[in-house]
Design a protein around this ligand. Structure first.
Ligand code: ADP
Ligand code: MG
Length: 249
């Protein structure tokens, strides 16, 4: 069975999509067959990988994931693109447990061909995020080093716990990642201390620095690893990749 990471945080702009894309590319470059699933209606992971969103969402029209997954410019990395169809997005977000179950099964059935799956979630604790969590083996939560970083996390953690306690669920806490880390700011140190004191060893040693190369890369349809191989951002995501692989017990 593949390791399936759900990249989730109900806040927007914390680095979910950036982490999903760059960690996926790093894992594929490390030799693992990797699938990136774009579940956010904003489709940032799709466009950031230099691809186009689809007309209809494969999970709504029930296209098997194997057919919906497209190869990317990175060997061993496939992408299930997102859609901007409002109707499909609304369908996916519906609180309908039969449909949620069907979507979860469709996801899980498509994961078999991969070693690693990363799901980029929308910034909410709505049905789509819960379905993604239920399909995953690990939740990876990026936290931005800024004031209010921990605000609203209680609700997210509640939802994660609820999903963990449902029958047959494999979900574990895969890790917390500090993003947009700026050691020149006192605030960064304060947030880091608060997060590490609260969450303990599930917080990754690796932190992702604030680096303009990380922000620029998606506008070139590339990961930071391909756009700026020697940047600090690249070094951080390669290090994160190794830490993720080490945590596989
Ligand atoms: P989310 O998916 O959680 O909404 P994104 O990954 O889209 O967050 O990141 C939000 C914004 O911050 C984007 O414009 C992205 O390019 C930028 N960003 C993310 N990580 C970094 C970083 N380490 N350094 C600089 N900019 C970053
Ligand atoms: Mg995003």
């Amino acid at each position: 069975m593949p390791r399936v990471f759900c990249i989730a945080n109900q806040k927007g702009g914390v680095g979910k999509t950036t982490t999903a894309m760059n960690l996926a590319v790093a894992l594929a470059k490390a030799g693992l067959r990797t699938l990136l699933v774009d579940l956010d209606p904003q489709c940032n992971a799709t466009t950031g990988m230099g691809q186009k969103p689809t007309e209809r969402h494969p999970l709504v029209v029930e296209t098997p994931l194997r057919e919906a997954a497209r190869p990317t410019s990175t060997p061993r990395l496939d992408l299930v693109p997102g859609t901007r169809s409002f109707r499909d997005v609304a369908m996916l977000a519906q609180e309908d447990s039969t449909q949620a179950d069907r979507i979860r099964q469709q996801l899980v059935q498509g994961f078999g061909a991969y070693d690693m799956v990363l799901i980029d979630c929308p910034p909410s604790v709505g049905q789509l995020t819960r379905t993604a969590l239920a399909s995953a083996s690990e939740v990876l939560m990026p936290i931005q080093c800024e004031y209010f970083a921990m605000e609203g996390l209680a609700q997210m953690i509640d939802v994660i716990r609820q999903v963990m306690h449902t029958d047959g669920c494999q979900l574990q806490f895969g890790g917390i990642l500090l993003t947009m880390y700026d050691p020149s700011l006192e605030l960064t140190w304060e947030v880091e201390k608060e997060v590490r004191d609260f969450f303990g060893e599930i917080v990754f040693q690796t932190v992702v620095p604030r680096d303009v190369a990380v922000a620029e890369a998606p506008s070139h349809g590339k990961s930071v690893l391909d756009y700026a191989p020697r940047s600090r951002g690249t070094r951080a995501y390669v290090e994160l990749c190794m830490e993720v692989l080490e945590r596989d017990e």
